[in-house]
Design a protein around this ligand. Sequence first.
Ligand code: SF4
Length: 135
Amino acid sequence: MTQHSPDAPEFHNPTKTLDTNTTVTCTGCPMGCQVTVSRGPGGDWQFTGAQCPRGEHHARQEITNPVRPLTTLVPVRGSKTPLCVKTSEPVPKSLFRDAINHIHQLDLACPIHIGDILVENLLGTGIAVIATRNL
Ligand code: SF4
């Protein structure tokens, strides 16, 4: 069995053939089940090791379109400290660089309130960017 981290190259290319067993750690709860993904005789994916259905869902997501929460700091006019922002939902890893570039180009000014939506539809994903504090 081969262990792969979520940063392994195959996770960035959904079209890559998964020709060896891959193990994904489910982050759905503190159990941290090790979900093994392999190809069945017919070429379909098989998932073993999950203690509940969320494990297969998580592993399938990891090998097709991995997502991560995105937080970053943005300068704000009128403030000496940058603003920490976060996305409303995890962002596909393939979009991280463009998403961060887009967020860093925002022209923000005080006052900003916690929960303010700074971007409604980040790169057409439907994901919002939200202020995490008052400034
Ligand atoms: S598969 Fe279910 S039980 Fe296991 S870590 Fe994921 S959510 Fe928790």
